[in-house]
Write a protein that binds this ligand. Structure first.
Ligand code: FES
Length: 557
C-alpha cells in the first residue's frame, strides 16, 4: 500500500476507512489528485522551548517545496522537542521518549518516506533510532549551527566559550557585569551550538552514516545554503517515497565503522558514542566499545574545531564541510556504503574536490592536527564495562595519574559541596561523581564537575574526574565518563570511599580502584541500590534503560 492507502485506521471495513480519510482531508483542502500522490511526512521538532530550532518553520517550508517539486505530498507532523538547556534534569532522560514517539508516528500514519527535522543534541539520534526501527525511507535534516558572536574583539560561540568564560568567572577573573555582556554574545543567531559539540557531531554522524544529504551537516542555520539543502532534501525524500532506499539499506556495519572513523577525525562528542551504539542496536548491527577502541588507534584528529581545536562550524563549512573531510579520510573508509541519495559513498567522493590547500580547518592524514586516539576507551576495576575519555580535550600531563578520591553521591551533592574548602581537595585528588548514570538520574551532563572554586582561584584548570554520567560535547577536561556498570546498577563506582587511591593510565587504557577485593566484598554487602522513581516515564525508563556501553536504549526496543 502507498500514500493515503497506507496504515488505514482500523474499522474492520477498509473502504469505510478510505472514505473517512478522504472526507476529513477534503476539509483541509486536499482533492483526489493530491491524495493519489506518495506522501512524505516531515517530523517537526520546533518549539518555543527550543531556541536552537527557532528557524525550523522556514526549513519545513523549504522541505515542503522540494517534496512538491518532486511530485509527492508533504505533511508536517509535530513531535516533542528536546532542548539541552531548557529541560530538567537532562534531555538524555527523554531521548528514548522522542525515539519511541517518532517511531510510532512513522509507523501509524500514512507515510512513504519521512524527513526528520532535528538539530539540538538528542533530537538527531532519537530520530535516527526511530528511523532504524520503523525502516521507512528517511532523511535526516538538521537546523544547522549558529554563527559566532563577538565580545570586545574576541570571537565567541556556544558552548565551549560558555564553559571557559564561566570558569574564569568562578576564578574571579570576570565580574557579573562582564558576564551580563557575554550572555548576549554567546548565542548570536538561531541554530545549534557551533563548536564540535554533540549537535554538530550528530549532524556529521548522520551525514557519515549516509542518512543525510552530502554536505548537509554544516551550512549555518538560516543561510541560503541551509535552505537550499532543505529543498534538495525534500526532492530526495519525494524520490525515496517512490523508489525506496530504506534505513536498513544504509545503516550497515561498514556505515557505522565509517561513522566512528569520522567521529575520531572530528574530535567529536563523547555523547556520540552512546548514540551510535543505540542506533546500531536498533539497526541490528553489532557495534561495541571494542570497535571504537580499534578505530581510535588508527584515526588522527583532522578537524580544527573547539573544544579540541580553535575553529567553529562556519569555518568547517567554509573549508568544504563533511565532503572535504570524507575526501581526506577516503583511505580509511569503506566507500561501498549506500546513502539516502541512492548513490554509493564512492560516487559522492568521486565528484568531491580535495580540500583547498589555503584552508587550515580540515587537515590531511599526512599532517594531522593531533595524534590518533581523540576518544579513548578505558576499562579496569572501576569500569569493567568500559568508560570513555576525550583525550583531545584533556590535559596531557594527567594522562597517567594516581590520587586519592573525593566522592560525591549525586550531582546535587556535588553542587552543594564541591566548593567547600573543608573537603581538603588538592589538584592531585580524583573527583568521583556517582549516581549520575542512566538508571539513577537519566545520565545528566554532570560528569565534568567544576574545579573547586578555591583551586580555580589558584589557577588550577583541570583535574581528573570520573563518573557514570556524561559531559557536554563542548566541554574540556580530563574527565572519565560513562563508567559502566553505573553505581545504581551495582557497578564498582558505588563502592569508592573518600581517600581510596584511583589510578588513571590512558596509554594502558586503564581506570582502576586500588582497593583489595576482600575490602570491596565487605563494602558490597553493605551497599543498597538507590530508590527508583515512583511512577510514569521516569519509572519506566529507570526499569528498562540499558547501560552506557549498550547505548542507553530501552531494553524492549
Ligand atoms: Fe541546542 Fe547546544 S543547546 S545544540
Amino acid at each position: 500500500m502507498k500514500g493515503m492507502q497506507k496504515n488505514l485506521t482500523s474499522y474492520a471495513d477498509p473502504e469505510f476507512s478510505r472514505f473517512l480519510r478522504r472526507t476529513f482531508l477534503a476539509s483541509a483542502g486536499y482533492d483526489g489528485e493530491d491524495l493519489e500522490r506518495p506522501i512524505v511526512g516531515i517530523a517537526d521538532t520546533s518549539s518555543d522551548y527550543n531556541p536552537c530550532h527557532r528557524d525550523m518553520p522556514a526549513l519545513a517550508e523549504a522541505v515542503k517545496r522540494g517534496v512538491l517539486e518532486g511530485g509527492a505530498l508533504p505533511l508536517v507532523f509535530p513531535t516533542c522537542s528536546l532542548h539541552e538547556i531548557l529541560m530538567s534534569p537532562t534531555t538524555m532522560l527523554y531521548r528514548n521518549l522522542l525515539a519511541l514517539e517518532t517511531e510510532e508516528l512513522i509507523r501509524s500514519q500514512p507515510m512513504d518516506a519521512v524527513v526528520l527535522l532535528g538539530g539540538c543534541d538528542k533530537t538527531v539520534p532519537a530520530q535516527l533510532m526511530a528511523a532504524a526501527t520503523a525502516d521507512v525511507p528517511a532523511v535526516s535534516l538538521v537546523t544547522g549551527p549558529m554563527r559566532t558572536g563577538s565580545w570586545h574583539g574576541e570571537r565567541l560561540g556556544a558552548c565551549t566559550d560558555c564553559r571557559r568564560l564561566w570558569a574564569r568567572h568562578r576564578a574571579g577573573q570576570l565580574d557579573g557585569n562582564q558576564m551580563a555582556e557575554v550572555e548576549t554574545r554567546l548565542c548570536s543567531t538561531a541554530g545549534t551550538c557551533m563548536v564540535m559539540g554533540t549537535a554538530s557531531t550528530m549532524a556529521c554522524m548522520a551525514e557519515a552514516l549516509g542518512m543525510a544529504l552530502s554536505g548537509s551537516a554544516t551550512p549555518p542555520s538560516g543561510s541560503g545554503d541551509r535552505l537550499r539543502t532543505a529543498v534538495h532534501t525534500g526532492r530526495v525524500a519525494a524520490r525515496l517515497a517512490v523508489n525506496p532506499v530504506k534505513p536498513s539499506d544504509v545503516l550497515t556495519p561498514p556505515a557505522f565503522r565509517n561513522a566512528l572513523t569520522v567521529l575520531l577525525a572530528l574530535g567529536g562528542s563523547t555523547n556520540a558514542v552512546i548514540h551510535l551504539l543505540a542506533i546500531a542496536r536498533r539497526a541490528g548491527v553489532r557495534l561495541t566499545l571494542d570497535d571504537l577502541a580499534e578505530v581510535s588507534g588508527k584515526v588522527p584528529l583532522l578537524v580544527d574545531l573547539k573544544p579540541s581545536g580553535t575553529g567553529y562550524m562556519e569555518d568547517f563549512h567554509a573549508a568544504g564541510g563533511m565532503p572535504a573531510l570524507l575526501k581526506v579520510l577516503k583511505p580509511l573508509l569503506d566507500v561501498s556504503t549506500r546513502t539516502v541519495q541512492g548513490t554509493r559513498l564512492a560516487d559522492l567522493l568521486s565528484s568531491t574536490p580535495q580540500p583547498d590547500s589555503r584552508q587550515a580547518v580540515v587537515r590531511t592524514l599526512e599532517s594531522p592536527l593531533g595524534p590518533a586516539g581523540a576518544l579513548v576507551v578505558l576499562r579496569g576495576t572501576l569500569a569493567p564495562g568500559g568508560a570513555i575519555l576525550k583525550r583531545s580535550a584533556a590535559t596531557s600531563s594527567l594522562m597517567v595519574h594516581e590520587g586519592p578520591a573525593t566522592v560525591f553521591e549525586s550531582p546535587d551533592d556535588a553542587a552543594e559541596r564541591v566548593d567547600d574548602p573543608g573537603l581538603g581537595i588538592t589538584p592531585d585528588h580524583v573527583l568521583v561523581l556517582r549516581n549520575a548514570g542512566p538508571r539513577a538520574a537519566g545520565m545528566p551532563e554532570a560528569g565534568s564537575l567544576p574545579i573547586p572554586r578555591y583551586l580555580a582561584e589558584r589557577g588550577v584548570r583541570d583535574m581528573v574526574r570520573i563518573s557514570d554520567g556524561r559531559m557536554s560535547g563542548t566541554s574540556f577536561g580530563t574527565v572519565v565518563l560513562h563508567a559502566a556498570p553505573e553505581a545504581a546498577a551495582g557497578g564498582p563506582l558505588a563502592l569508592v570511599r573518600d581517600g581510596d587511591r584511583i589510578r588513571l593510565d590512558v596509554p594502558a587504557g586503564r581506570i582502576d580502584l586500588l582497593v583489595d577485593d576482600h575490602e570491596l566484598a565487605l563494602r558490597r554487602r553493605e551497599w543498597t541500590p538507590p530508590p527508583r522513581p515512583e511512577r510514569g516515564w521516569r519509572r519506566l525508563h529507570s526499569e528498562h534503560v540499558l547501560q552506557a556501553d549498550c547505548g542507553c536504549d530501552l531494553d524492549f526496543c
